[in-house]
Write a protein that binds this ligand. Structure first.
Ligand SMILES: *Cc1c(COP(=O)(O)O)cnc(C)c1O
Length: 495
């Protein structure tokens, strides 16, 4: 059998051998459209400053999207046309340098490339012997190097830190059940812990009160004295503390729990140490912030995102587990079903499959966009961008210090500034609703998009700076616009 010529023949004939496939009937027409879409995507990113950060979707656009189930084929050109009119202008806005809400990554121009190429490959990275798995393993090894994890550590790419927190806690729970069967398990985190941790506990079958929330100090860090006390009381009551979640970068204020102290408590008491480092963990890449993250290398499991402070296109998160065997025990199925049998050679080989380390079987090629991003920029450059964001947060706090009737509500220790206007004559709920209004006015102006939160009960305009495109002039404009919006409110003046 001449395999070479068989392959050659099938290429020759592929155009007419299967005319009913879903491929384009006219590849050249497809190419023309694809090139122009690519140009448009590049321009979209390049000219982001020229557009509003965000705009609400007009009623007619929503109505136009409200289409019935397509049963018949439509021209790709017309689908793309709708994309340009109905979708492109109304995205969340996080690539814009004045998007300051929540914690969003800003994306990378090269993400257009890596995502397009990944779509062309359409690799299923749940398992089997192919480059997708080797690349994911390489990325995981790089992450172990970033966080100084041991060789025996394992890791998996996930949709984000919500999933990574869930998987990390699942491994912790299974490990605790194996060594302390039948005991009532409880976990700990600070009152500033992200809601995904509570959700994870819920999915894992725990009652709400099984996640104990420890109070924070004036810097919004877990009070480790209170933690120690609570652990003692729990034991005295016959329950088993099985996991402590430390946060590296809280979503409200960017606070870091004292990871060294929590790690020591966990080590001495045989408790699993999970770190939620969704965005803050990558501060390890920034020379000036590195001490903040100290102790993270002692975590039993670590959740963090590439799509936040590394700007890899959504979605891309990661879980590292110090003891890879415990990770495998939690997720590899045994016995392996016949249809997923591993082989010593051929496609069913390839060593460990990611599906042994998480709940998903089919999964996309997330490693490709991360590999592109890390190689293009090098982790040092991401670290520099993180430092710059934090410098800009301090710059903003400085600007706000000179604005009358403004108070900053958090210690600006990282990249987040929570502030509120406090004009004389207003307090309580009226003050809250004034600031809520100004935040919404800012968003609707298209000039800047902060979000809001509550800091010690007070409503705050929250400015999160995780965008590599943000510069000082953007913060000047934010403050100028907020002041103008306040002036337009014609509040009752005290004078
Ligand atoms: C964003 C965030 C999460 C959730 O991560 P996703 O990637 O959005 O799922 C969890 N914890 C913290 C501290 C976060 O900032």
């Amino acid at each position: 059998m001449d395999i070479e010529s068989e392959l050659g023949n099938s290429i020759e004939r592929s155009a007419d051998i299967c005319p009913s496939s879903l491929d384009p009937a006219d590849w050249e027409r497809f190419r023309t459209l694809a090139h122009s879409a690519l140009d448009q995507a590049i321009d979209f990113v390049r000219t982001v400053r020229e557009r509003p950060v965000w705009q609400p979707m007009p009623e007619h656009v929503r109505a136009a999207l409200d289409q019935p189930l397509p049963t018949e084929p439509q021209d790709l050109e017309s689908v793309y046309h709708d994309f340009k009119d109905l979708i492109l202008p109304y995205t969340v806005g996080n690539i814009h340098p004045r998007f300051f809400g929540w914690v969003h990554g800003a994306g990378l121009a090269s993400g257009i490339l890596s995502e397009t190429l990944a779509a062309a490959l359409n690799a299923n990275c749940g398992g089997r012997d192919h480059v997708g798995l080797y690349l994911e393993r390489r990325v995981i090894e790089w992450c172990k190097a970033i966080f100084n994890f041991p060789a025996r550590a394992s890791g998996i790419l996930l949709s984000g830190s919500s999933m990574a927190n869930l998987i990390g806690l699942a491994v912790a729970r299974d490990a605790a059940r194996a060594s302390h069967p039948g005991e009532e398990l409880v976990a700990y985190a600070s009152t500033e812990v992200h809601s995904s941790v509570g959700k994870a506990m819920h999915f894992l079958g725990f009652e709400d009160q099984a996640l104990r929330k420890i109070r924070v100090d004036g810097d919004f860090r877990m009070d480790t004295g209170a933690l120690t006390l609570a652990l003692d009381q729990e034991r005295a009551a016959g329950r088993r503390p099985f996991c402590i979640v430390g946060t590296a970068g809280t979503v409200n204020t960017g606070a870091f729990d004292d990871l060294e102290t929590v790690a020591s408590i966990c080590e001495s008491q045989g408790i699993w140490f999970h770190v939620d480092g969704a965005f803050g963990a990558l501060a390890v890449l920034a020379g000036d912030l590195r001490p903040r993250v100290s102790g993270i290398e002692r975590a039993d499991s670590l959740a963090f995102d590439f799509h936040k402070w590394m700007h890899v296109p959504y979605d891309a998160g990661c879980l590292l587990v110090r003891d890879g065997d415990k990770h495998r025990q939690a997720f590899s199925s045994s016995p392996v079903p016949a249809y997923l049998t591993r082989a010593g050679r051929g496609l069913a080989g390839g060593g460990e499959w990611p599906s042994d380390l998480g709940p998903e079987l089919s999964r996309g090629f997330r490693a490709l966009k991360i590999w592109f991003a890390m190689r293009e920029h090098g982790v040092r450059r991401f670290g520099d961008a993180i430092s710059r964001n934090c410098r800009h947060a301090r710059y903003l706090a400085g600007l706000l210090a000179s604005v009358p009737d403004v108070e900053v509500l958090n210690p600006v220790s990282l990249n987040i500034v929570c502030f509120r206007f406090r004009p004389a004559g207003l307090n309580g709920a009226a003050l809250d609703s004034l600031n809520e209004d100004i935040a919404a006015d800012l968003q609707e102006s298209g000039i800047a998009a902060p979000s809001t939160t509550r800091i010690q009960g007070r409503l705050a305009i929250r400015v999160n700076i995780t965008n590599h495109r943000t510069c000082e002039a953007d913060l000047d404009l934010l403050v100028r616009t907020a002041e103008r919006l306040l002036d337009e409110k014609a509040l009752p003046h005290a004078s």
